[in-house]
Write a protein that binds this ligand. Sequence first.
Ligand SMILES: *[C@@H]1O[C@H](CO)[C@@H](O)[C@H](O)[C@H]1NC(C)=O
Length: 253
Amino acid sequence: MAHRIAFLGFVALAVCASLSLAADPANLQDFCVADASGNTRMNGLACKNPAMVQASDFAFSGLHIPGNTSNAVGSRVTPVAVTQIPGLNTLGISMVRIDYAPWGINSLHTHPRATEILTVIEGSLEVGFVTSNPENRHITKILKKGDVFVFPVGLIHYQRNIGYGNAVAIAALSSQNPGVITIANAVFGSKPDISTDLLAKAFQVDKSVSSQNPGVITIANTIFGSKPDISTDLLAKAFQVDKSVVWQIQAMF
Ligand SMILES: *[C@@H]1O[C@H](CO)[C@@H](O)[C@H](O)[C@H]1NC(C)=O
């Protein structure tokens, strides 16, 4: 009996342990600095000989320098992930600096491998994410300097500078390589293109709208059918189209 209870306890523990696995696998050594010249294919990058590891393998400089926001969306992300710091390999964490021009947006995107926790260093931001189907609930908040907000792993999210000055945020992500899928680029900017017929059906719009305005629409229900709506201004900037086009599509969902 005691054996059986001990065995059941072990099974329960094993189940809990497997359920509590973090986004990136747990480490079996102090560190595994990425070996840029290694050609072993694995989940992550091959380790450099620990004897050759230097302090510089764990360091990055320049995060105080504002990113260049002179672009269509008015924002710039400066990543500090495993590409910038080889010492992050296998550690399941990374960070970014995000600069926003007045009314600039960090467009609708998801990180397939990471939850994100963001804090505002300067200015104020409107932030939000949309839950998965079928609810597509739009969870949104206005953040001021010092406020912190979380974007759960995999969900489509955004930030927008709602002030008249520049805004700056720092975010941490739970992966050495979170990955970014920008919805507009992935759906309307793939190479080669996804068929126009397919996109027209996916977004329930006239083919002419889709082809005249590449990048108008995205993963339709989540972006255009969220409850409550994502701001029309923000969507117009995300997809580089006129606000009237966004209204037209939002009305269909
Ligand atoms: C910022 O980017 C724009 C557009 O690419 C470019 O014209 C400009 O020279 C850049 N500014 C700086 C300071 O690098």
